[in-house]
Write a protein that binds this ligand. Structure first.
Ligand SMILES: NC(=O)c1ccc[n+]([C@@H]2O[C@H](COP(=O)([O-])OP(=O)(O)OC[C@H]3O[C@@H](n4cnc5c(N)ncnc54)[C@H](O)[C@@H]3O)[C@@H](O)[C@H]2O)c1
Ligand SMILES: O=C(O)C(=O)C[C@@H](O)[C@H](O)[C@H](O)COP(=O)(O)O
Ligand SMILES: [Zn+2]
Length: 387
């Protein structure tokens, strides 16, 4: 039997927006709506899913335990009604699930449930489940089609787009993984209504990142709107999600596999952030919190390297503070962080490179940074115990 090819959506009566991630024959849509997954009578998700993947008789539905009985269950109902067999995999919440043992367990469930090369993996959850399920999809039988249903702010604006998948090793974040693009990204902003505030705020760090690295106009908008955003004002939020996805799609389209260096701008603050996450113990400092502190460390380093003046740090500090993000890490310890930083994926021929800002809306890749300056940047963002 000939497989059915993905079909274009020709009749669009739903209140939905789309952004294309343009990658030639790996291009895909990001659909953004509010409340379309909920509708029991109208199986919107199933319709867009079919349009994106074409033929499908079996789905491996991998979901974060926090959304298993809500969003994942709606998705399951719609696929079930469409006659698709479903293998459910619920993943314990938290960063520690991005592990070799969890991946091993998913692979075995896939094997036992008769997953084959025409099965489709759907990730429903935040960046943890997206990265983990994406790597399971990329690796099982050398590659299965994959769909992202992000349910946190961070995963809507960043991790579900661009195809970076993977797991952590105890000594390094995202050290094992692959580039594996999804067939579509389905964002329903209504999912955010149940997201705890701490996780929502964590996602704001990646939103603010886009303003600093490549969109000065968006940064000025954020200067005005960051406080309103954390109150989850629906329209403001949807605009921020769209602008962030456009920014990520633009960068990824220019350098899908981080080979030219363009994509590395998305790693602003991350050399420090990943070292904070690994040395604190995964999940102690959330990824977005670590990115916020890491961006502050990078801005201090940029000033020390005479790439920019203090006004950049002050403006960045003001927006991060308005979003209630942390600016310092009490246990920031250069002695522990530097060995982890030396394994950063931007290291080339043993030499560490940093993404540093020279003005709001622009960053540069900088090598040959003296380690005393790196240490000083870390110490500049260490909270000393009070009293
Ligand atoms: N692949 C990429 O390009 C990329 C980009 C950025 C971050 N990441 C990765 O993403 C991860 C962080 O993602 P995250 O911030 O989404 O964290 P997460 O996946 O751990 O989700 C945060 C918390 O929210 C809960 N949750 C998820 N959706 C919910 C909902 N709708 N309602 C209630 N609770 C909900 C989860 O159970 C979890 O406790 C990190 O591992 C980071 O490395 C990857
Ligand atoms: O998509 C990218 O490229 C990014 O760098 C986005 C980051 O926000 C994200 O945290 C990513 O997972 C980091 O990638 P890594 O290659 O440094 O592990
Ligand atoms: Zn990140």
């Amino acid at each position: 039997m000939q497989p059915t090819l993905p079909q274009p959506i020709d009749l669009m009566t739903e209140p939905i927006e789309s952004i294309e991630v343009s990658l030639g024959d790996r291009s895909y849509p990001i659909w953004i709506s509010t409340g379309l997954t909920e509708s029991a009578e109208q199986p919107h998700f199933a319709k867009y899913f079919r349009a994106a993947v074409g033929d499908c008789t079996h789905v491996v539905l991998i979901h974060d335990a926090a959304v298993s009985n809500t969003i994942a269950s709606r998705v399951e109902q719609q696929l079930d009604q469409a006659g698709i067999r479903i293998t459910n995999v619920s993943i314990p919440s938290g960063e520690t699930s991005k592990s070799v043992s969890m991946l091993d367990s998913i692979w075995n469930t896939m094997l036992e449930s008769g997953t084959d090369r025409r099965s489709v993996v759907i990730a429903v959850g935040g960046g943890v489940v997206g990265d983990l399920a994406g790597f399971a999809a990329a690796s099982f039988t050398r590659g299965l089609r994959f769909v992202q249903v992000p349910t946190t702010l961070l995963s809507m604006v960043d991790s579900s787009v661009g195809g970076k998948t993977g797991i952590n090793l105890p000594g390094g974040k995202n050290m094992v993984g692959s580039f594996w693009q999804p067939q579509m990204v389905w964002i329903d902003t209504q999912s955010l209504s149940t997201l705890p505030d701490r996780d929502f705020i964590s996602g704001m760090a990646e939103v603010i990142k886009y303003g600093v690295i490549e969109d000065a106009e968006f940064f000025s908008w954020l200067q005005d709107k960051a406080a309103r955003l954390i109150e989850k004002d629906a329209e403001t939020l949807r605009y921020a999600i769209r602008k962030s996805c456009e920014s990520k799609a633009r960068v990824v389209a220019e350098d899908e596999r981080e080979t030219s260096g363009r994509r590395a701008i998305l790693n602003y603050g991350h050399t420090f952030a990943h070292a904070i996450e690994a040395t604190a113990g995964y999940g102690v400092c959330l990824h977005g919190e670590a990115v916020s502190i890491g961006m502050q460390m990078a801005a201090h380093l940029a000033i020390d390297m005479e790439l920019c003046d203090r006004s950049l740090l002050e403006e960045q500090t003001a927006v991060l503070s308005a979003a209630k993000l942390p600016l310092a890490w009490k246990d920031a310890d250069p002695e522990k962080m530097l060995p982890v930083m030396s394994r950063d994926k931007k290291v080339l021929h043993g030499k560490l490179r940093f993404v540093l800002p020279d003005r709001i809306g622009h960053v540069a890749m900088v090598g040959d940074v003296p380690s005393e300056k790196v240490i000083a940047a870390i110490l500049a963002c260490r909270d000393e115990p009070k009293g």
